[in-house]
Ligand binder design. Structure first.
Ligand code: GN1
Ligand code: MG
Length: 374
């Protein structure tokens, strides 16, 4: 009860017109703590209160600056193009009474508040091709609207976030220390990771990367970061914590990682991990409908690299955390990070088994459009 009282006190620090009737833990994020607050003051929105994990996000003021910059840019775009209601198509942060868009409590914890649109939903596992298509539209439009925001204006809030070479070094460090003596439990997973390491270094080592522009991307395009309305139409992209400069293929790959998998991200029963190809095609269709306005030829060709990289890198990150003793991701059971690693490696295996088909499908879908030549 004390905890909930504290949460109420925290909400008073923000400039909301809320009539808050309940506060409950919300969502399935692995890093921040999120609470949904029912608001009787309006029909349109509730509120979300989030405790930002400042062990992961070490500079909350800079993170907040990124978010505010991106939100302002997106809201402007939506207003200028008449593409909808900026209050609904773009997330809205609430300022504190003191001014900033975050509040630091006396324990040093950071909090932020945002609107939560009523009558919207998210899915951890995609159910229909329509949803996958809408997800593709949402993330394609997101990147497209941010095309004219200079990436240099954004802080790299987590340096080398999708640099797989660095992620492999972090795994090597974990192996060297092995604080919980877990190495003996993971020889097969380590072997698979080592076997594919070289082929995953495209974005670090291939000369082709010089043809790829760095753009403002989302960096966490899990399907549950798209809000859908009651008719399953994409409403709004959420979770802007990691918006930073990067390659578009990272976002494409991370979305496919969560959309194409018939199982869950941490599926225990590996035989449930199968590809849902119609969903892959639907996502690709929605994404390219928006993104072909700005993608260059090499970016288009790089998308498939992201499809393999993201589940691989996620496996590396989960396994690193497992060996380190589960200090980064929230876990629900003692070997949760190992289970997540296995699920991601199984997904990778399935993806490799369909590599040519997936690549052909992307290129075939792109043939509908005029390609921007380099
Ligand atoms: C984390 O907390 P959440 O679910 O938004 C992680 C992502 C991973 C994801 C895996 C800052 O995101 O990079 O892809 O878990 N975020 C951070 O589900 O590390
Ligand atoms: Mg996130």
């Amino acid at each position: 009860m004390k905890r909930i009282n504290n949460l109420f006190e925290i909400t008073f620090k923000f400039k909301s017109q809320a009539d808050i009737t309940s506060i409950k833990p919300y969502g399935s994020g692995h890093i921040n703590d999120t609470y949904r607050m029912k608001n009787l003051a309006t029909e349109e929105y509730d509120y979300l209160l989030q405790k930002i994990n400042h062990h992961v996000f070490k500079d909350v003021p800079k993170l907040t600056e990124n978010m505010c910059r991106v939100i302002a840019h997106l809201k402007n775009k939506v207003s200028q193009t008449g593409a909808g209601d900026p209050q609904k198509e773009v997330m809205t942060l609430i300022a504190t009474k003191a001014g900033p868009y975050f509040y630091q409590d006396t324990n040093g914890e950071y909090w932020r508040m945002s609107r939560f649109l009523k009558n919207t939903k998210t899915y951890d596992v995609v159910e229909t091709a329509q949803q996958a298509y809408e997800g593709g539209k949402a993330f394609g439009k997101f990147q497209s609207m941010l095309c004219d925001l200079s990436p240099d204006l954004l802080h790299e809030v987590i340096p080398d976030f999708h640099n797989v070479k660095k992620r492999l070094e972090q795994l090597d460090d974990a192996i060297a220390h092995d604080p919980l003596h877990r190495l003996s439990l993971v020889p097969a997973e380590l072997e698979t990771i080592k076997a594919h390491a070289k082929s995953m270094l495209f974005f670090q080592e291939d000369a082709q990367v010089l043809t790829l522009p760095k753009r403002v991307i989302h960096y966490d395009t899990k399907f549950n970061n798209v809000l859908l309305d009651v008719e399953d139409k994409a409403q709004c992209v959420i979770d802007l914590d990691t918006v930073m400069p990067g390659y578009v293929a990272y976002d494409f790959g991370d979305a496919i990682r969560t959309i194409i998998n018939k199982g869950t991200e941490d599926e225990r029963e590996l035989s449930n991990i199968k590809l849902n190809l119609p969903l892959f095609n639907a996502y690709t269709q929605g994404y390219l409908e928006e993104a072909m306005q700005f993608l260059n030829e090499w970016e288009l060709r790089s998308l498939i690299k992201g499809v393999f990289l993201l589940p691989y890198m996620q496996a590396v990150r989960f396994l690193t955390d497992y060996i380190n003793g589960d200090t980064y991701y929230k876990i629900e059971s003692p070997h949760h990070n190992l289970q997540r690693t296995r699920a991601q490696l199984q997904l990778l295996k399935e993806l490799f088994g369909h590599a040519e088909l997936l690549e052909q499908n992307i290129l075939k879908e792109a043939e509908k459009y005029q390609l921007i030549k380099n």
